[in-house]
Design a protein around this ligand. Structure first.
Ligand code: DGJ
Length: 723
């Protein structure tokens, strides 16, 4: 619900439990409050008229002090605001100064579209959008700040449209998407890491000055995830305030927290300005990607579940999102590049014997690829390995009653490839400057239409020919020497944004052409795990690290924003190929169960006992997938000894608890795992014993001691209906 009191200059955005109050002071829109719901009658008080900055009218001749402390919803540069700005537009005279004054607002039932971008959709849900029009007369620039409310969610989707209404082009140098202001002591939570260690949680105090994270490598990155949360120092999983910002975007981004000298914290998120500019012609618009804002008065867990529901209901479009995914086996850790058709068919026979549903052929099936030094771009069967071709292979796999999935790395080109020999100019490079290789490959210039057309055609042909049900879209290097000869010198900083728009365009086209295709995004493990990608694929490969202990931690971090059912998770061989660690086969399955669930090991090397265990594991997956896909997710515990989580059915009638013992520490008090999300007065049964929801949530579920490291328990409790 949106309430506007034009006379008092107050705008209130209400979700079911939250309120955001914006105010118009002297023609500038500021953020007065964002938090737990308040009454309309209280809103004026929340605008803090007693402590507000003096407006230029009240203190003539002193405008700078107003701008320097006013919480502008879309802070601009040049008139006295010396904190971080959200917007910079260079005009014909070379100046970046803008003064965005409020000129009106509108409320729409239809959510405005963001052309070419991933964005939250409103299907089956009433929405309302408040658009604030902020205008700089001198530059002829109109900024439309859009906030969309969803009837079924606490999340507010914010985006920005910039229009050039002047007569000259303007050069947009910074167009962030969202800015929040919060008061009081806060801590910042970010998800950070690197390859094989993605999305580890860091929590730190927000002090004076600017704390910034982001990416400039072309992808949202392994290093920092485009999600941040601000929390009170006392906030835990189950109590305390938490605010979140998640970017619906997969390229370069910035997210920052700045505490100013008024002890107010400004949180911002948007396109990274260091690698961005955009020439905006008169009459044209630029759309900044969406940020999903969220608030919880009751802990981080609730904030996460709010995001999970929103992503499931309003971001992921794939029809697969609510379906049980086929249990796949992927060839990567099974064979790497060392396979041929005979081996693959033997692999397929074994997969069938294990009761699996799909074989995914990973890297190495195309061109003359024997290792990572060649053939990216040559998307046709490797004649040495698959002389009969992809159509034949697809038929053979399907004859065995298995679905067929395939890996592509569409965005790349190997210098040793037919494509490079034909079109060296398609590789991202700067004429006259040596290109930097990574994993022996260059990036394709996806800002060029002809490159996108070529890629789509290649992929569509293989998908069609081999009757492919699943595609893993990988991206294994970062972008260097960002440049495209198709743009003039002064517009080169458009490259990164145009590149990611190119990625989105091809994925959109693929999904339109093959509406049943199950797409999984991937970027050298989890280097592009973001809400932008989820708009196209219902799942993303979480990390190349499949060690059960590390993976449990990576999945816990990822779950701060993203639903478990979208985390690509496989059971691999031990000793683990990356960590060398041994974990129990069942533990690996318990961790993968909390994600998409699949296998990535050489099935031909399994013992008979392991084959039986696979059958048991897949049966568990089928038995509980309604909970792991449709249940609510609770993080229960995470320390050096244990990681534990829980899924609860929407009706709270059953719950699935996973406890991983990372490291055994003997002679400790019996672990009592405090569960969450149950009905306190109902009884839940486990192994013939009954516990009330209240007992399980207050005292906890006693967990039998576990022996060893990397071992686990899966506990399923169901409600007992009184006779
Ligand atoms: C990186 C991915 O994360 C892996 O799963 C695998 O597909 C390799 N690339 C193949 O090159």
């Amino acid at each position: 619900m949106i309430k506007i009191d034009e006379k008092k200059g107050i705008f209130i955005l209400y979700t079911k439990h939250t309120a955001m109050i914006l105010q118009n002071l002297a023609g500038f829109i500021g953020m007065a409050y964002y938090g737990e719901k308040i009454k309309i009658a209280e809103s004026e008080y929340f605008c803090r008229t007693d402590v507000r900055p003096y407006t230029p009218e009240e203190l003539p001749g002193e405008e700078v002090s107003f701008h320097s402390i006013y919480p502008h919803v879309y802070p601009f540069y040049g008139c006295g605001n010396y904190r971080e700005t959200a917007f910079r537009a260079e005009q014909e005279n070379g100046s970046d100064t803008c003064c965005l004054k409020y000129i009106g607002c509108s409320i729409m039932k239809e959510k405005p579209k963001l052309p070419g971008l991933p964005q939250s959709f409103t299907k089956n849900c009433n929405t309302e959008t408040l658009i604030l029009y902020l205008h700089d007369e001198t530059a002829g620039v109109l900024a439309e700040i859009m906030y969309t409310l969803f009837q079924d969610s606490e999340v507010i989707a914010q985006s920005v449209r910039i229009q050039n209404q002047g007569e000259n082009p303007v050069m947009l140098k910074k167009v962030l998407s969202s800015c929040l202001y919060l008061e009081g002591d806060l801590e910042l939570i970010t998800l950070n890491g690197t390859w094989a260690r993605e999305r580890y949680v860091q929590r730190e105090r927000i002090n004076y000055g600017v704390k910034q994270i982001g990416s400039i490598n072309g992808a949202s990155s392994h290093t920092h995830n485009p999600f941040i949360a601000a929390v009170r120092p006392e906030t835990t999983e189950t109590q305390g305030e938490a605010w979140g910002m998640a970017f619906v975007y997969s390229g370069n981004f910035t997210a920052s927290a700045e505490k100013d000298f008024q002890d107010r914290t400004q949180l911002m998120m948007g396109l990274h300005p260091e690698t961005f500019s955009w020439e905006l012609e008169p009459g044209k618009s630029f759309y900044a990607p969406e940020v999903l804002l969220n608030y919880s008065a009751r802990g981080l867990g609730r904030l996460s579940r709010g995001y999970h529901d929103f992503i499931m209901n309003h971001i992921i479009r794939s029809k697969w999102k609510n379906r049980e995914r086929p249990v796949l086996v992927n060839s990567w850790e099974a064979f790497y590049f060392d396979f041929d058709a005979e081996k693959l068919l033997h692999f397929a026979d074994t997969a069938l014997a294990c009761g699996l549903d799909m074989l995914v052929l990973d890297d190495g099936w195309f061109g003359h690829r024997e290792d990572d030094t060649s053939s990216l771009g040559d998307w046709f069967a490797n004649e040495e390995k698959i002389p009969e071709g992809m159509e034949w292979l697809g038929e053979e796999i399907q004859k065995r009653n298995l679905k067929f999935g395939i890996w592509f790395e569409p965005e790349m080109i190997s210098p040793d490839s037919e494509l490079f020999r034909k079109h060296p100019e398609w590789a991202v490079q700067i004429p006259g400057r040596a290109g930097t290789l990574s994993r022996n490959q260059y990036v394709l210039d996806l800002t060029r239409q002809e490159v996108r057309t070529y890629l789509f055609r290649c992929m569509a042909d293989v998908i069609h020919e081999a009757d492919i049900s699943y595609v893993k879209w990988d991206m294994n290097r970062q972008i260097t020497e960002a440049y495209t000869p198709t743009l003039p010198a002064h517009r080169q900083k458009e490259f990164f944004h145009r590149y990611i728009l190119g990625v989105y365009e091809i994925q959109e086209q693929l999904l339109k052409t093959f509406p049943d295709l199950l797409l999984e995004n991937c970027a050298g493990g989890g280097g592009r795990f973001d809400c932008g990608m989820l708009y196209y694929s219902p799942q993303i490969w979480c990390s190349d690290n499949t060690d059960a202990c590390d993976r449990a931690e990576i999945q816990m971090g990822t779950s701060l924003c993203y639903p478990p059912s979208c985390m690509g998770a496989h059971i691999s061989a031990c000793p683990n190929h990356i960590t060398g660690r041994n974990t129990d086969f069942m533990t690996r399955a318990h961790v993968a169960l909390a994600g998409t669930f699949g296998y990535e090991l050489n099935l031909m090397r399994l013992t008979d006992t392991q084959v039986r265990q696979i059958q048991e594991q897949t049966a568990i997956y089928h038995a509980y997938s309604h909970l792991t896909r449709g249940g609510r997710f609770y993080r229960l515990m995470q320390n050096e000894n244990y990681i534990a989580w829980q899924f609860v059915s929407p009706e709270q009638t059953e719950t699935l608890v996973t406890v991983i013992q990372i490291r055994n520490s003997p002679n400790q008090a019996r672990l009592h795992l405090k569960l969450q999300g149950l009905i306190p007065e109902s009884c839940y049964a486990l192994d013939g014993k009954l516990y009330t929801g209240g007992q399980l949530m207050r005292i906890g579920l006693p967990v039998e001691p576990l022996w060893g490291d990397g071992v686990s328990r899966l506990l399923h409790l169901t409600i007992e209906i009184a006779e």
